[in-house]
Ligand binder design. Structure first.
Ligand code: C2E
Ligand code: MG
Ligand code: MG
Length: 599
């Protein structure tokens, strides 16, 4: 029984604290009701009194100086304990309150009506007090109860602000968080529960709708969906409006993923068929399981949101949270964040250089600069992992700027040392859209006093094809300043002959996937032979990437390939090792200068 009472009091206090009313400044909306109470009862004192652990705190008061009094022996405390109306005609005649501090201060009359929340917790009392004994009519009691209800309406209204989405009228993310915490507290621990997140459309669809429609389009989309979900769930279950066009709901207790996914799938199919937006918006649903007790609400919501994102394009547009997908996503996020720091702080990034060898002479004619990242905690990270992440982010431009600067600085040092080589760097699709990219390249060459002909930019086919028109214009401008252009990873993208024909590229680099294993693969051999003769016929120099063995080397030389790059010659090397490696493998005219410089 005591445990039950303690629990009830703990829940009551929790309900009070959640409203964040205690110790807040006075407010006219409450004071108006308090003044009405004093006037109607024609009494000098009235208050909205909230019952804290050990005090009665007055949110609003008339005729009282203090902002709080001790809870012990305060009649409002009794109202909070009993949740009932309390009338004391004369405190001096009442055994419980005769010796109370209130009676000692001269108060003789008390009437208080409980302030009860929608879920039944009594927060305190709307009370009136007099300095003389007094009789109370039933009508007055009813009136005081009405005023208490008005106070509660005011409290709940204030609380609802910030908890209900104005557009859909549905509880919002704040309410989701609060309900989640209540569920953690009130449900048995270790219970497995499910949360579903529903996206009404893909981010791209919302984006393109925002471009052509006014914001009322989103309102209509949201309202139609909200109405439908309310009709499906009934009054007993809540659906939360947690993002612009995103909703969340908890599965009923005891539902397993296996039970719930088909239910959601069917609902989604029906809803998608009915929605007026069915031709332009594709909804998707993510489901995330969590264990009550120790779950972090925002983490649970995030996992369901990420599953809803993964659901785009999946059968039935539904996906269940996958730990491995999430881990990959977290890793990408981590890398991006850390890479931004690496670009700023210095010391973690460096370039390595892989020689490019002329197949006819065997001389080293150039090098490809490749980015390396050594993170202080994560260690060496592969560009195969971090470059795709960087290229999808806003850091692609800054990365190329870093690489360009480092490569040109190195090129300057080598040229001083008499090493006369072509240096290539890899650039991203985003660079081709930068309005001042060509100016940046020119500025870099100027800063290091280098001729444009010592630099080559490598661009993949897919980077060019992502914005063919603008990319082409940038490439023309690069070619016009005398910087060489190479099409990287040729054969893996569109490989459209018409684009190759119009491209101002000097070099085509055949992707290593065609070269590795070429020695045992006749199909690859025919493909590579055709690629070589075709690109040479179009006037490009051909470079084969990924040459690992002598047989492939010979095959390529006989097939007319101009240059090769690969482990057979050298792995990507640190700047100093590259210079040492080059010692005997550069064209004679630059070798003399190199040897002099190295001596
Ligand atoms: P990529 O531009 O095609 O560079 C060639 C990749 O093939 C390099 O990998 C190189 O180490 C590797 N490779 C060279 N020879 C052989 C071989 O004989 N066998 C095999 N199996 N591999 C060989 P890496 O350095 O890991 O770079 C991977 C990719 O990351 C590059 O492919 C490029 O797309 C990108 N990347 C590297 N550095 C940069 C950079 O500075 N900027 C940009 N945007 N991308 C870069
Ligand atoms: Mg490359
Ligand atoms: Mg390549």
């Amino acid at each position: 029984m005591t445990i039950f009472c303690c629990q009830t009091e703990a829940n009551r206090l929790d309900a009070l604290y959640k409203l964040r009313l205690l110790d807040t400044p006075p407010c006219e909306a409450f004071d108006r009701i308090t003044r009405m109470a004093a006037r109607v009862f024609d009494l000098p004192i009235a208050a909205v009194s909230l019952t804290d652990v050990d005090r009665q705190w007055f949110k609003s008061r008339v005729g009282v100086e203090h902002t709080s009094i001790p809870r012990l022996q305060a009649p409002c405390g009794t109202v909070a304990d009993t949740s009932g109306v309390l009338v004391i005609p004369d405190l001096l005649e009442n055994d419980a309150f005769r010796d109370s501090p209130l009676a000692a201060s001269g108060v003789r009359y008390y009437a208080g009506a409980p302030l009860i929340t929608a879920d039944g917790h009594c927060l305190g009392a709307m009370c009136v007090l007099g300095l003389a004994p007094r009789h109370t009519t039933q009508e007055e009691i009813a009136y005081l109860s009405d005023l208490a209800a008005m106070v509660m309406a005011q409290i709940e209204l204030r609380h609802a602000v910030g908890r209900v989405d104005a557009r859909s009228g549905l509880p919002n993310r704040n309410q989701f968080i609060e309900d989640f915490q209540d569920m953690q507290r009130d449900s048995p621990p270790d219970e497995l529960r499910l949360v579903a997140v529903i996206n009404l459309a893909t981010p791209e669809q919302l984006d393109s709708a925002a471009r052509v429609k006014s914001s009322s389009y989103l309102d209509e989309l949201v309202n139609e969906a909200a109405q439908w979900m309310r009709s499906q769930l009934g009054l007993s279950r809540r659906v939360y409006h947690v993002g612009d066009a995103q909703f969340a709901l908890f599965a009923p207790p005891c539902m397993t993923v296996e039970d719930y996914v088909p239910v959601l799938k069917e609902k989604l199919r029906r809803a998608a068929g009915l929605a007026s937006s069915r031709h332009i918006a594709t909804p998707s649903v993510g489901v995330a399981p969590f264990v009550l007790g120790g779950a972090n609400c925002l983490d649970v919501l995030r996992t369901a949101q990420s599953a809803a994102h993964d659901a785009i394009g999946q059968p039935g547009s539904i996906a269940v949270y996958s730990r491995s997908e999430d881990a990959a996503c977290q890793r990408r996020f981590l890398l991006l964040n850390e890479f931004g720091g690496a670009l700023e702080s210095g010391g973690q990034l460096r370039l390595v250089f892989q020689p490019r060898v002329d197949l006819e002479t065997g001389n080293c004619v150039g090098a490809e600069a490749l980015l390396r990242w050594k993170h202080p905690e994560l260690g060496n990270l592969s560009p195969g992992e971090f470059i795709p992440v960087v290229e999808r982010s806003g850091l692609a431009q800054a990365t190329t700027a870093w690489v360009l600067n480092a490569a040109l600085r190195q090129q300057r040092l080598w040229r001083h040392a008499g090493l006369d080589l072509l240096l290539s760097i890899n650039v991203s699709a985003a660079n081709l859209l930068e309005p001042d990219f060509v100016a940046q390249v020119e500025h870099g060459l100027h800063m290091y006093d280098l001729p444009a002909s010592c630099l080559e930019l490598e661009i993949t086919e897919s980077a060019i094809m992502s914005h063919p028109g603008r990319a082409h214009a940038t490439l023309e401008a690069i070619a016009a300043i005398g910087v060489r252009l190479a099409i990287d990873d040729f054969g893996t993208g569109y490989s459209s002959l018409s684009y190759l024909q119009n491209m101002p590229a000097d070099v085509v680099k055949i992707d290593q996937s065609f070269i590795i294993g070429l020695e045992d693969d006749q199909r690859k051999q025919s493909l590579v032979t055709t690629m070589i003769s075709l690109t040479r016929d179009l006037g490009h120099r051909v470079v084969a990437e990924g040459v690992e063995c002598g047989e492939v080397h010979t095959f390529l030389r006989l097939a007319g390939c101009d240059e090769a790059q690969g482990y057979l010659f050298a792995r990507p090397l640190e700047a100093a090792s590259f210079q040492a490696w080059c010692g005997g493998k550069v064209a004679p005219h630059s070798q003399g200068r190199l040897l002099r410089a190295l001596a």
